[in-house]
Write a protein that binds this ligand. Structure first.
Ligand code: MG
Length: 108
């Protein structure tokens, strides 16, 4: 499965009664909520003695992916475009790979 196929499959589970505006709002709220679930697993591991539950992490990262797909869908953008643009931005920022000096002195 490629990333755009994922997005298409994921969006078959989107509530079809939501307006485009509601899809956008649901997408960004879901991204924050699911990212919080990922953070909570790491917090419990670091501060509360829990084993890092890799299976739960995979599930929550999948939830993050779903909401990322939804947010891009709300913008009429496919996920491959989002990822290609991100790599283009990173290549411009770090043409030779990560560079601490370029990170500290970023021009954006
Ligand atoms: Mg979740």
């Amino acid at each position: 499965m490629n990333i755009n196929e994922y997005q298409k499959l994921a969006m078959t589970t989107l509530n079809p009664e939501l307006s485009k505006k509601d899809v956008l709002i649901n997408g960004v709220m879901g991204l924050c909520g699911e990212s919080g679930e990922v953070i909570d697993l790491v917090k419990k591991h670091l501060a509360q003695g829990h084993e890092l539950d890799k299976e739960k992490m995979i599930k929550e990262l999948g939830d993050v992916a779903w909401y990322l797909a939804e947010t891009a869908y709300a913008l009429d953008v496919d996920l491959e475009t989002v990822m290609v643009r991100n790599i283009e931005k990173l290549k411009a920022r770090y043409p030779q790979g990560f560079d601490q000096n370029r990170s500290i002195n970023r021009h954006e």
